[in-house]
Write a protein that binds this ligand. Structure first.
Ligand SMILES: NC(=O)c1ccc[n+]([C@@H]2O[C@H](COP(=O)([O-])OP(=O)(O)OC[C@H]3O[C@@H](n4cnc5c(N)ncnc54)[C@H](OP(=O)(O)O)[C@@H]3O)[C@@H](O)[C@H]2O)c1
Length: 354
């Protein structure tokens, strides 16, 4: 039986699609059929999408796994593709067996089908049901936020969990945050300060450094003009940092080892340089008893626990945690938005709207 969405939607919709792997220019704005929800599914209207760095890897034909387009590992199939990414959406239609989900409610969701850069998408309805105990669900966000802010806020659980749970950042410790003016970095700086840590931040321009200082960074390093390792050692009286928040990979990953304190932890959750660990010298690992912690997959799900969501939403409601959104593009200009990020020009999260 065909399901009719409760709010009238057009039979076709606009989407950003690429039909071959490549640079930002492969993204095209096209008409595709509007999907219909079946049992257990909701049809949602996309209000805003935060561009996820991993989508740049995938668009280039990689899976995020260095030097690989390993389909078996990440399920990356040949194009056509509509990029994914976390989206702020409104429920506009429901298939059968979707009790508890209400038309008109707004959520933050991942895993939209056929992708996120679309006007309407399908999502499993179970994730949209309110929690029976009234606490925030994994799809919740601060009610005062615009859809663009909400999409950017979605990276707050990532920042929280990588710092607090994975790396175990403690009050009084020092943390080195790379890409601190990035979409996730701006949230990490604010949360690290909230946890009572001393924050040393790196970024690649004066405008970015100014922002991270405004957000509370104690030391801000322009890694293009200053050597970050020697500046960190200087700022910590030669001791080094207790935690490194690492999403760059390559040479940066390797050099971090030289400015980590005895027993320090490095949490690795991305590779913006599109490269692996470089030539790693194990000596600092042994001599300083360093720990390397990988983060992703199931940790990403765990980072949306009611306790963490509650704390993050409370912090946002009182103005102590704010996402930074300075670049908003239409889906039709998705290639420009991808190019801005790839050329390291973005500050905060880059958000797309239909
Ligand atoms: N593991 C997971 O499940 C998971 C989930 C969410 C996000 N992530 C990761 O979290 C990281 C942050 O994501 P985001 O979307 O917020 O990105 P982002 O931090 O906004 O990324 C862009 C910034 O990275 C910095 N960067 C430093 N070195 C770079 C290089 N060699 N090449 C390109 N950029 C470089 C640039 O800023 P500067 O020039 O100022 O340094 C650039 O503006 C990404 O690695 C993403 O994959 C992982």
């Amino acid at each position: 039986m065909k399901n009719t969405p409760q709010i009238q939607v057009p039979p076709t919709m606009k989407a950003s699609v690429y039909r071959e792997f490549g640079g930002p220019e492969v993204l095209r704005y096209e008409d595709i059929p509007t999907p219909e929800p079946t049992a257990g599914e909701a049809l949602v209207k996309v209000l805003a999408v935060a561009i996820d760095y991993i989508q740049l890897h995938i668009r280039h034909g990689g899976s995020g796994r260095i030097g690989s387009s390993d389909e078996a590992h990440y399920g990356i199939k040949d194009p056509p593709h509509i990029p994914g990414g976390m989206a702020c959406v409104e429920v506009v239609g429901l298939g059968p067996n979707t009790e508890g989900v209400e038309i008109g409610t707004r959520h933050l969701v991942g895993g939209l089908r056929p992708g996120s850069y679309v006007e309407y998408g399908i999502v499993d309805a179970t994730g949209l049901q309110p929690r029976p105990d009234g606490r925030p669900s994994p799809t919740a966000y601060p009610s005062s936020f615009t859809p663009e802010q909400a999409a950017a806020f979605d990276y707050a659980p990532v920042a929280y969990h990588t710092l607090k749970v994975a790396a175990g950042l403690q009050t009084g410790e020092t943390v080195l945050i790379h890409a601190a003016a990035g979409g996730t970095g701006v949230l990490a700086v604010q949360l690290a300060k909230h946890f009572g840590a001393q924050v040393i931040a790196t970024a690649g321009s004066e405008a970015k450094l100014q922002l991270v200082q405004e957000l509370g960074a104690d030391v801000a390093i322009n890694y293009r003009t200053d050597d970050f390792v020697s500046t960190v050692l200087e700022a910590t009286d030669g001791r080094g940092v207790n935690v490194v928040w690492e999403s760059i990979g390559g040479e940066v990953f390797t050099r971090n080892l030289d400015c980590m304190a005895e027993g320090a932890r490095m949490v690795s959750f991305g590779s913006n340089s599109f490269t692996g660990m470089g030539q790693v010298d194990f000596w600092p690992f042994w001599m300083k008893n360093l720990k390397l912690i990988g983060w992703g997959g199931v940790s990403n799900t765990q980072s949306r626990s009611p306790e963490i969501m509650e704390e993050l939403i409370d912090l946002a409601q009182v103005g102590k945690l704010r996402p930074v959104v300075r670049h908003v593009y239409r889906f039709a200009s998705a290639s420009e938005a991808h190019r801005l990020i790839e050329e390291r020009g973005s500050i905060g999260k880059v958000v797309l709207t239909p």
